[in-house]
Design a protein around this ligand. Sequence first.
Ligand SMILES: [Fe+2]
Ligand SMILES: [Fe+2]
Length: 398
Amino acid sequence: MTTNRLERLTGLLPARMRGQVGAYFDALEVFMEVRDPKVLAALGPSGVRGLLLQRGKQGVPSLMRASHEAHFDWTYSSEHPEMRELYTRAKRGQWDADVVLDWTRSVDPLDPNVPILPDDFLDFEDLEGLLGVRLTAGERKKILHSLAAWLLSQFLHGEQGALFAAAQVTEAVQFFDGKLYGATQVMDEGRHVEVFHRYLDTKLERLYQINDNLFVIIDALMTDSRWDMKFLGMQIMVEGLALGAFGTLYQQTKEPLLKDLLRYVIQDEARHVHYGVLALREHNKQLSEAERREREDWSFEVALLMRNRFMAWEVYEEWFEGKLTREQWKGFVTRAPGMSQFRHVMFSRLVPNLREIGLISARMIPRFEKTGLLQYMGGLSADRLDGDRLVAELDRAA
Ligand SMILES: [Fe+2]
Ligand SMILES: [Fe+2]
């Protein structure tokens, strides 16, 4: 069924129901977008829980059954000097948000002189053209406030996923040096949950529910029994998404507390992705050809899902449901300058890491080319990009 026809049909329904049906069709579209049957089988159950049942939005805790094995090695053999080095760096890089961040600073999300997101993060003329009305300066600020709170809420939910995934991976991984390192990452992610929640709660005074697509990815990797799939999902894909989003927001925000907070978080995240690259580069060499292909396909499809599906639907539902069609909103968000930059920063981090861990073979090149991702192939992978360099690069490009 074409989108136009669909919109005409759903247009006949009352507004509330229209939203629900629109969301269902959107979910269906995700399933149809994933063309690889194996990937679909792997993501399917999580997709049903996240997209159709919207388990993240029921106002009750979500329970996800973990099924990995905890790996004990009683010999404690230290065989990975680079991981050990990261552990040492991580210990020294610990920070206390009570001490290093100035929480006494008052933040007014509607203050035009200290914007959380700049006006040109969105193309308001584009939006006004679609709506057929002009927005006041105050309305623009409120929409940007919503979008900033939505983005930061998704960071927070992602960080909760990262905290639990880091704990699982620390149990499951077979490298002793990796376990020690993992313990520091658990602490890092705990701190990230703390700071994003505190900023949202006390400064923006708003919290959005988890985006359905983010729920699907988190659910899929929490419940997968294979540690390397958790790793691929969290340390490479979700951390790549996070670095893209944190980096963009760090470059764009003029609010000093948020900028400081993000600088600290980015430094930690750079180590996390570095660890992911180290562990998977070694592990992936031992995979069978079929196993490697499965991971190639999975990571490619998840990358596209992250690109095509991170559409701030929750903000749409709050502000524009009934005024814009879902298709119009999608086009608007896709074209928005801030969101394009976010996708650019995300893929310039993600693609070189996939290359480095052996998941972009010759077979995949045409697919990367077709989707416009090949341009990022030559970038530096995370093992060669520490936190300071990453922040310096963001400062230079800002
Ligand atoms: Fe984190
Ligand atoms: Fe992380």
